[in-house]
Write a protein that binds this ligand. Structure first.
Ligand code: DER
Length: 235
């Protein structure tokens, strides 16, 4: 099975949790894309009715529009019944790193407002400690004096052997800009971060920081698709 087939298997399994009349958080990324496609298909087939989707990115909004999934937002629906989204890393306590696609702020707002948050991953996303691998921990910051904020971030995290890099976007190598008009600093850590809540507070305390990609104690369920089948882990 290819990685994308595993992602699709996990995504379809998560859509089994979707019932008619639900308000759904629609995730972002290559795994969540399969879940949004599946929801669109079930709506078209009449197997699901009266669904409202709240997209976690402009990209997902476009995909959902193309599938005729009715859309709304958190202002109209401050409580979401179910969100389905991917993750970059999942630790044994179901803490996540997300944001490699740059949508972490809207994802965290919508998934934080959800009664149930189902994470869909292929087995390669499972890690012992989040942030410990060579992958980055994304932090969304305001563009104003971004160098100042990036340096403050690096200093806060230097105890973890951290390197902070501004995420670059388009072809001209300028800064990547999020759906919210902000920048992203990717933090590369050498050591595992120990007490994640302490690290989270230290990052969020910096005034130029908007949000980070650690989703602590937020996932209700993680669906893991692997070569040997699908595993479902509940909080
Ligand atoms: O950027 C994001 O938050 C995505 O949800 C990411 O965490 C998972 O993307 P993938 O399903 O394409 O690996």
């Amino acid at each position: 099975l290819t990685k994308d087939e595993l992602k699709r298997i996990a995504a379809y399994k998560a859509v089994d949790f979707v019932k008619s009349n639900m308000v759904l958080g629609l995730g972002t990324g290559s795994t969540a894309k399969h879940a949004v496609d599946r929801i669109g298909e079930l709506l078209r087939q009449g197997k699901l009715v009266n669904i409202v989707g709240i997209p976690t990115s402009k990209k997902t909004q476009e995909q959902a529009l193309s599938l005729n999934i009715p859309l709304s937002d958190l202002d109209a629906h401050p409580v979401v019944d179910l969100s389905i989204d991917g993750a970059d890393e999942v630790d044994p306590c179901l803490n996540l790193v997300k944001g490699r696609g740059g949508s972490l702020l809207r994802e965290k707002m919508i998934e934080g407002a959800s009664k149930k948050f189902v994470v869909i991953v292929d087995e390669s996303k499972m890690v012992k400690h989040i942030g410990g691998s060579k992958m980055a921990l994304p932090v969304e910051i305001v563009p104003f004096c971004w160098k100042f904020t990036a340096e403050r971030l690096r200093r806060v995290m230097e105890g973890y052997g951290c390197e902070a890099k501004l995420r670059l976007g388009g072809e001209k190598g300028e800064a990547f800009v999020t759906d919210n008009g902000n920048y992203i600093v990717d933090m590369y850590l050498e050591k595992d971060m120990g007490d994640l809540r302490v690290v989270s507070d230290e990052i969020l305390r910096l005034p130029g920081v908007v949000e980070h990609g650690m989703f602590l104690d937020m996932a209700s369920t993680v669906i893991i698709a692997g070569e040997l089948g699908v595993k479902i882990k509940n909080k």
